[in-house]
Write a protein of this length. Structure first.
Lengths: 117, 117
């Protein structure tokens, strides 16, 4: 099946710094990638939709200047948490749509645990 | 907007038993997909099964099957001959089907399934 990787798997940073998370589709081209956030023992909440070569679409309540998304190629999307604060600590998961397989399947990365001190 | 409701926060069954996880959803859309994802302790999201709303036949994948009742907006997951490796969080998810594009997933709150030896 389709494989999606994320890097790093864990990151600890100081408050006020920026952190970049990479999401890669390893064996397929992903025209669309999605970023989700998951709080402890909670469900996944969609943050934004990332389309290759265009601006990301953010869900209501998600600050686009806080969570910068870049989808520069068909296999890579990045999420940058700018000026991170402790309340940004969370588990961030990306998914990628396999365009060749139709619009109905998203494959998930293993997630990135962000801790902001 | 759509909502997904999973009313069972936790369930526990004996190995080899059959268990059914419930999911209801609310939407005004007519074309959509429904999914069950499994999230084991590793937190990797794994697709268990998917259902196209326009198909009346219930989807089946080996020991996993769904009971899709479109009029009732119900989408339950049945796991037969449960195994210890089935222990995980199970999320029901909804995705609107929109032309050639792709939409993000709306998740339920999840059901923690524990398979007892």
């Amino acid at each position: 099946g389709a494989v999606v990787s994320q890097h790093p798997s864990r990151v600890i940073c100081k408050s006020g710094t920026s952190v970049k998370i990479e999401c890669r589709s390893l064996d397929f081209q992903a025209t669309t990638m999605f970023w989700y956030r998951q709080f402890p023992k909670k469900s996944l909440m969609l943050m934004a939709t990332s389309n290759e070569g265009s601006k990301a679409t953010y869900e209501q309540g998600v600050e686009k200047d806080k969570f910068l998304i870049n989808h520069a190629s068909l296999t890579l999307s990045t999420l940058t948490v700018t000026s991170a604060h402790p309340e940004d600590s969370s588990f961030y998961i990306c998914s990628a749509r396999d365009g060749a397989g139709g619009p109905d399947t998203q494959y998930f990365g293993p997630g990135t645990r962000l801790t902001v001190l | 907007a759509q909502t997904v409701t999973q009313s069972q926060p936790e369930m526990s069954v004996q190995e080899a038993e059959t268990v059914t996880l419930s999911c209801t959803y609310d939407t005004s859309e007519n074309n959509y997909y429904l999914f069950w994802y499994k999230q084991p302790p590793s937190r990797q999201m794994i697709l268990v099964i998917r259902q196209e709303a326009y198909k009346q036949q219930n989807a089946t994948e080996n020991r996993f099957s769904v009971n899709f009742q479109k009029a009732a907006k119900s989408f339950s997951l049945k796991i037969s001959d449960s195994q210890l490796g089935d222990t995980a969080m199970y999320f029901c998810a909804f995705m609107k089907r929109s032309g050639g594009g792709a939409d993000g997933l709306t998740f339920g709150k999840g059901t923690h399934l524990i398979i007892q030896p």
